[in-house]
Design a protein around this ligand. Sequence first.
Ligand code: ZN
Length: 87
Amino acid sequence: MKMPFWRRRRAIVCRQAVELMAGYLDGALSGTERARLESHLADCPHCSEYLEQLRVTIDTLGHVEPNDLPDDALDELVSLYRRWQSD
Ligand SMILES: [Zn+2]
């Protein structure tokens, strides 16, 4: 049975991008991580939009740790990506 490989891979990359975002805005990523995230963002308007929302959140709170991201916000994001990708 064949998996739609590109779709599965893109979902994983989006999840990784989301996990890197807090560190990215904090300047805490290595050069490699930052380059990976930026090349994904250039290609993925959904993640770019989410990064903007995260930036606003950080501006409001002053600081955010990856663990501070509410689980239900992440779950919601993942289900949004699934919907986008099934179009
Ligand atoms: Zn993405």
